[in-house]
Structure formats: structure tokens, C-alpha cells
Design a protein around this ligand. Structure first.
Ligand code: ADP
Ligand code: ZN
Ligand code: ZN
Length: 757
């Protein structure tokens, strides 16, 4: 190829579904010149293979071609990512030192099976081909003013106007002669008929009545005004912390902000911790916006997910709600990104690309000149720090929306208060009495216990040995279901409960501790007339959660027992008693964020009490009543806690006053894992000495707190620095050094780690 041609050539950087750190560069042949754009899918060659990739950038070649650049073979029609999303994903990949191919996959709709079977690579970069389009007819009200119509047609018109668009089939099922009436209405221009992709979605199974805006409280109005102003496109990018106590009406503020964004022609992404746990929230959004909301959740079939993706991409639906991955929804003209319960650790992805959806939400909104709203009753210290350093504007809702009092919190000192009638110390006499009183008043109780299963540990009283998983350094938990099995919560190991100890043959096997399963059983025995339900991963996933909560809401259930699933934002007006069985469990985790996590959990679960007309009461049982997290939580003193905790963090130079990166290494061979970690630590130390920006503290190699999982030995190196650039340089040095590791060693780099286990 001569210089002239080279100078005119256009190049495409293509993300491929292979673990390469960077996109590869290809030549754009002139015949594809118009078709190749960022976000489109292309067929290219990689070695001897043909492979489908996504174009992340298009550029003109500067004088010389990159060596060995090959031409693109073709453009694959169908799905393409919007430009802004591609730029965002590239930034994300670079920040987390994650392979661009893996990052792009986060944003693509689900694979189409037929295509996947045809070409292996297509399972990674799915094709639209083979997904037949199935459409139904919708009746959409117009703005036309009605002339005289028949009574039947008028009823249907009123119904459609009240609900927004509805499928014709649904109207036919509901009204006699609907088809004829709709035909007439259409001729009069009062409704239009639209063909739409069908959406089969459990969240839409039942109709939801339309609601109207609530008259805001003064603080709500202030917050709404600030957001409305910021949403005007000429205002530029802005980040807000919406700090509202539990029950202060944050949702109404979100709803108004979304409505405002709609008026301005801007789309919204709203992230919630776990969509399955928030059916109530979803129905509130549907009540306000009708079916023009895209709910993205794990219960969708690939087909439904694909349909929703296409509708969002086409701008037919301009609000996407979902868990962290909804951050990558292809929302048209995105202008608002909301993160509800922003303190929740589920926003951090702990596998594959380890991104933090809250941090990236700020980035995504910022890149579009949009607005990011981070809402919580217990803001994370990171977000609070943003507001204190001028990077986010704080909006405060100080009181409950309907002027209910905050619940009274009492600390029960388990060192001094004995067991109640059940004989179990974890059901203290005070808690027992409170449950009794609540039952007598026909009100409801929530009991929060962060251990699932029956007994968290199984010990031989002969030799003192604890039953542990043969594959992990983890104690086994007894689950009573199926006659009693011991289970490891880290791998799938299961074994039946032995009759005698395998070490000393003693038959004195003791079950220690209290899990939700046993708590439920004990309460059933103690309160035989009460209806008790349990909410944890063993009994409820997906839609079952909704069922359990619906039973609580209809007052069929007297006592709800559960793990942190019960602490989420449920609005259950007849719950007047909340009991925290053991507040210390969350404090004993070896993590500098343990206090923060425990505090948030306590305030959130306490916030479930007294949301109706009767004041609530909270009992917090603990062996450590003087711990600051427990004390501040019992006074609902969020600001006091934040003040104290920020001071501690600053002293120890922990985040948010520094940044961290964690290298985790694991291997089947202990020595190999340790040596590999030592090598990475050396590389990081060298890089940090060479750097001139600021010191990086390199801690390690050390064994991980859980030293072995699934037979793999785990070691780690922790980096910490107050300089983002220095930290990045050291992390990149480890990344570069990792190419020399044997293949039997696995490395995961975690930038801004959250879970340290
Ligand atoms: P949060 O998300 O802050 O915990 P919610 O948004 O769930 O609070 O609101 C708590 C309750 O207060 C809900 O039942 C909601 O309908 C009600 N509420 C919110 N705003 C208002 C208002 N302005 N007037 C009356 N009730 C309100
Ligand atoms: Zn023994
Ligand atoms: Zn295990």
C-alpha cells in the first residue's frame, strides 16, 4: 500500500470479545465508509478467526498505518450502541483497568440463541437476527377534543385517557364491543393505533391505578425546585445528594424530577439496590408514568430484555429503572441519573468488571451535562465527602413526609438482660415482651437477623472442633430443611449432619448460634397463634419476595423474620416493632467500613417502624452497647455519626480521604499464589518509588481474610494513596507485571474496592 492511500485511510478501533486490555485497530474499506460508526458491530479477522466486535472509535490515519492493520470485513446491521454510551464505556474501562471487550458486553442486549449456535462469537456479541418481531396493537389517546360519541365509546375513551396507552386486547377483555368502539374513536381522531413490541413482564402483570402528584412538603418543594432548575440543559452537569430521613418522601422528589426531565425531552435512568426487593417502588413509578417505564430486572426472559433494550434505544421508552446494570441502558437523550439508597453495597459489582454503579452514575451524567441525584437516609461517607468538598449539592428532607414521629430506639444490653421464656439469650426477655404486646395490639413486628440457616456453627463438644468446609476456610451452617444438611455459604458443598465427630468419635455434636430458620421455629413455638413469615435467600428469590411482602402488607402476617432483605426501603404501615437480634454481627467484620455498614443497617431497619399512624418502637440487642455506630443509630443521629466516622477515617487516611486498589490473587497451589502476590507487590513498590506525585502505601502480600475458597488459596496486595494518579500508576504496574504470571494463577484487580473479604 503506498503512502497516499495510507494517508487517506480511515481507521476503526474495535472492542473484541477477548481479554485484551485495548481495542484493536482495523482499516475501514471505502465501501464501508458510511456504515462504520462508533457503536456499530463489525465482522473482522483475528489471526485465523473471524470475530464480531463493536467499534469504539473512528479516526483518520495520521501519515502511517498501524503495523499489520487489517480491513474490516462487514458491518452487522441490527443492534448498535449510542455514541455517548460507547464513550462512557471506554472511560469506564480505562478507569477500572478492565478489558474493553468485557466492558462493552455490559451494555449489549442479551444473546440471541440461534445466532449464538451458528457462530461462537455471536454468543458474546449477540445478533438481532433470528429474534422475530412480535407486535401488538395499542390504543393511544390523542389531544383531540371529543365530539359526541356513544356511551360505550365514551367510557373506553375515558379509561384510555386515565391510563395512558393500553393494548387493544386488554380493552376488549374489559369492555364489550371495544373493537368497534375503538374503530369509531380512531375515525374521529380521538385515539391512534400503534404497533408495539410486546412486553411480557411480571411487573406489568397487574394493572396499576394512576395516581396524581402529592402536594409537596416545604423541604420536598425546595429539593424539587433545585433539581428542576439543574435539569434545564443549559444549566450544565450537576450532582446532588438527597439526604432524607426514612419516610421523608424521597420517591416523590424522584418522580417530580423525572416528570420535569420528560417535559424537557430528557430521559432518565434510575438505579435501585435490588429490583426484586422494591416491587412497591416500581408500582409507584407505573402509577405515575403508566407503562412508559422500562423495568430491567433479572426476572425478564432474554426476549423481554431484548425488546426493552430496543424500545429504550429507539426512544419509545425514556425511563429505565433497574439494579446496577441499568446504568448501561441505551436511554435516548439521557439527562437524569438517579441512584436510590446510594449507600447500598449492591451497587458495586463484585465479579467480572468490578465497577461501582454509584461512582459511574456520576460520571455518566457528567459526560452528558446531565443531573445525577444520589438519595439516601444514610449517605455513604464518599457521597457526604463529595458534598463537603463542593462536588455535590446537598438537599435535605429532615422530617417524615406525613409528620410521623421517628421510632423510639431502645438498646438492649445482652450482657445484663437475660433470656425470655424461650430460653434463647438472643430472644431477650425485653424483646419477648415487646413482641407479645405488639401481637396483642394486632400490630406487626419485623425481626432482623443477619444469619440465614438454622445454626451458624456446628461444634464437637468432645474435642472442640468446628465443622468446616473441606474446600474453603469457612464454618459450615446447618440448614434444617431436608432432614438437616451442613452447607458452605461460599461454595456448593453440602453434607449431612454427622452422628459422631470424625476426629474424636464423640457423639456430643452441639449446634451453636441462631439463624433465621431457627428463629422462625423458636417463635412459632413461643407464639403459636401468630402467623410468622421469613424473608431470606433460602425462601425467597425474585417474585416470591413480592408475595411475602404482599402478605405483610395485607396484615396476614404478624411477624416477619429475615436477613438484610427486610431492611430495604419497604413502606409497611402496620409495622410498629422492629427488633435487631444481634447488632454486633455487622461490626465484627474485618473491614474499615464495618461501622458505617452497621450504622446504615440499623438506621434503615429502624426506619421500617412506625411509618403508619401509630408510633414505632425499635429494640437493638447488643453485647457492645457503647459502640458509636449503635449509639448514634439509636438517636437517629446520622450527621453525628458521619462527623465522628469521617474524623476516624481522616486520622487513618482511609477512604474517602484516600483511594484504594486491591489485587487479589488465587491459585490451587498455596506457594504459587503467595509468590505471585509477592511479585506484584514488588512491582507496585517499585512504581510508587519511581513516581513523584505522592506516596502509595503497599500492604502485602497477605493471606485474604478467607484464606481458601473452592480449594484456591487467596492472597492479596492492598494499595492506598491520597493521590489518584500515583495509585493508578502503581495499579498499572501490577497489571503490567501480571503478564508474567503462570496461567494457573488468577489475578483480579479491584479499583476502589468495597467488600474486602
Ligand atoms: P422514603 O423513600 O424517603 O423513605 P417514601 O418516598 O417511601 O419515603 O415516602 C414515605 C411515605 O410518605 C409514603 O407513604 C408516601 O406516599 C408519603 N408521602 C411522601 N410525600 C408526601 C407528601 N408530600 N404528602 C403526603 N404524603 C407523602
Ligand atoms: Zn470431636
Ligand atoms: Zn466451601
Amino acid at each position: 500500500m503506498n503512502e497516499d492511500v495510507a494517508q487517506q485511510a480511515r481507521l476503526a478501533d474495535v472492542a473484541l470479545p477477548v481479554p485484551l486490555p485495548r481495542a484493536l485497530t482495523y482499516l475501514i474499506p471505502p465501501k464501508l465508509s458510511d456504515a462504520v460508526r462508533p457503536g456499530c458491530r463489525v465482522l473482522c479477522t483475528l489471526g485465523a478467526r473471524r470475530i464480531v466486535g463493536v467499534v469504539v472509535a473512528v479516526r483518520e490515519s495520521v501519515n502511517v498505518l498501524p503495523k499489520g492493520a487489517k480491513p474490516l470485513l462487514s458491518v452487522i446491521e441490527g443492534i448498535s450502541l449510542p455514541d455517548d454510551l460507547v464513550v462512557f464505556l471506554s472511560r469506564l474501562a480505562s478507569y477500572y483497568l478492565a478489558p474493553i471487550g468485557e466492558v462493552i458486553r455490559l451494555a449489549l442486549p442479551p444473546a440471541d440463541k440461534d445466532a449464538a449456535e451458528a457462530i461462537e462469537e455471536l454468543s458474546l456479541f449477540p445478533s438481532a437476527k433470528g429474534i422475530s418481531s412480535r407486535k401488538v396493537r395499542w390504543v393511544v389517546p390523542t389531544d383531540a377534543v371529543e365530539t359526541s360519541v356513544t356511551a360505550g365509546a365514551s367510557r373506553i375513551l375515558a379509561h384510555v385517557r386515565a391510563h395512558g396507552a393500553l393494548p387493544l386486547a386488554r380493552l376488549s377483555a374489559q369492555f364489550g364491543g371495544a373493537r368497534g368502539a375503538v374503530k369509531k374513536l380512531r375515525e374521529l381522531g380521538l385515539v391512534a393505533i400503534e404497533e408495539r413490541e410486546i412486553v411480557r413482564d411480571p411487573f406489568f402483570a397487574s394493572a396499576v391505578a394512576r395516581d396524581t402528584e402529592l402536594a409537596p412538603t416545604v423541604p420536598q418543594q425546595t429539593a424539587m425546585n433545585a433539581l428542576a432548575e439543574a435539569l434545564v440543559p443549559t444549566s450544565g452537569a450537576a450532582t446532588f445528594l438527597l439526604h432524607g430521613v426514612t419516610g421523608s418522601g424521597k420517591t416523590e422528589v424522584y418522580l417530580r424530577a423525572i416528570a420535569r426531565a420528560k417535559e424537557l425531552g430528557r430521559g432518565t435512568i434510575m438505579l435501585v439496590p435490588e429490583i426484586a426487593l422494591t416491587p412497591q417502588l416500581v408500582s409507584r413509578f407505573r402509577a405515575r408514568f403508566g407503562d412508559a417505564v422500562g423495568i430491567l430486572h433479572s426476572g425478564l426472559t432474554p426476549r423481554e430484555r431484548f425488546d426493552m433494550w430496543m424500545r429504550l434505544r429507539a426512544g419509545e421508552v425514556d425511563v429505565a429503572i433497574g439494579a446496577r446494570s441499568a446504568l448501561f441502558a441505551p436511554v435516548h437523550a439521557l439527562g437524569l441519573v438517579i441512584v436510590d439508597e446510594e449507600h447500598d453495597s449492591s451497587f458495586k459489582q463484585e465479579e467480572g468488571v468490578r465497577y461501582h454503579a454509584r461512582d459511574m452514575a456520576i460520571l455518566r451524567a457528567h459526560m452528558l451535562g446531565g443531573v445525577c441525584v444520589l438519595g439516601s437516609a444514610t449517605p455513604s461517607l464518599e457521597t457526604e465527602h463529595l458534598s463537603r468538598t463542593g462536588k455535590a449539592t446537598k438537599l435535605v428532607l429532615p422530617d417524615r413526609a406525613r409528620a410521623q414521629e421517628m421510632p423510639r430506639v431502645e438498646i438492649v444490653d445482652l450482657r445484663r438482660i437475660g433470656a425470655g421464656p424461650t430460653g434463647d439469650r438472643k430472644i431477650s426477655v425485653l424483646l419477648h415482651r415487646a413482641i407479645e404486646e405488639t401481637l396483642e395490639k394486632k400490630e406487626q413486628t419485623i425481626l432482623f437477623l443477619n444469619r440465614r440457616g438454622f445454626a451458624p456453627s456446628i461444634r464437637c463438644e468432645g474435642c472442640g472442633e468446628l465443622a468446616s468446609c473441606p474446600h474453603c476456610t469457612v464454618a459450615l451452617t446447618l440448614h434444617k430443611k431436608k432432614g438437616g444438611t451442613m452447607r458452605c455459604h461460599w461454595c456448593d458443598y453440602e453434607a449431612s449432619l454427622p452422628l459422631t465427630c470424625k476426629t474424636c468419635s464423640s457423639d456430643r455434636i452441639a449446634l451453636e448460634g441462631l439463624g433465621t430458620e431457627k428463629l422462625e421455629e423458636t417463635l412459632n413455638a413461643a407464639f403459636p397463634k401468630a402467623i410468622i413469615a421469613r424473608l431470606d435467600r433460602d425462601v425467597a428469590t425474585g417474585k416470591d419476595v413480592d408475595k411475602v411482602l404482599a402478605r405483610v402488607r395485607s396484615r396476614e402476617v404478624d411477624i416477619l423474620v429475615g436477613t438484610q432483605m427486610v431492611t430495604k426501603g419497604h413502606d409497611l404501615p402496620f409495622v410498629t416493632l422492629v427488633g435487631v437480634i444481634n447488632a454486633d454481627a455487622a461490626l465484627s467484620i474485618p473491614d474499615f467500613r464495618a461501622s458505617e455498614r452497621a450504622f446504615q443497617l440499623l438506621v434503615q431497619v429502624a426506619g421500617r417502624a412506625g411509618r403508619g399512624d401509630t408510633p414505632g418502637r425499635v429494640l437493638v440487642q447488643t453485647y457492645d452497647p457503647d459502640h458509636h455506630a449503635i449509639k448514634f443509630a439509636s438517636r437517629h443521629d446520622v450527621n453525628g455519626f458521619i462527623e465522628r466516622e469521617l474524623r476516624d477515617r481522616k486520622e487513618l487516611a482511609y477512604p474517602p480521604f484516600s483511594r484504594m486498589a486491591l489485587a487479589r490473587v488465587d491459585s490451587l497451589d498455596e506457594k504459587e499464589a503467595q509468590d505471585a502476590t509477592a511479585m506484584l507487590a514488588r512491582a507496585a513498590r517499585q512504581a510508587s518509588r519511581a513516581g513523584e506525585l505522592g506516596a502509595v502505601t503497599v500492604l502485602g502480600p497477605t493471606p485474604a481474610p478467607i484464606a481458601k475458597v473452592r480449594n484456591r488459596f487467596r492472597f492479596r496486595v492492598m494499595l492506598r494513596s491520597s493521590s489518584r494518579e500515583s495509585l493508578r500508576a502503581a495499579a498499572m504496574a501490577m497489571y503490567a507485571a501480571s503478564t508474567e504470571l503462570p496461567r494457573s494463577v488468577r489475578l483480579t484487580l479491584d479499583i476502589d474496592p468495597v467488600g474486602l473479604l
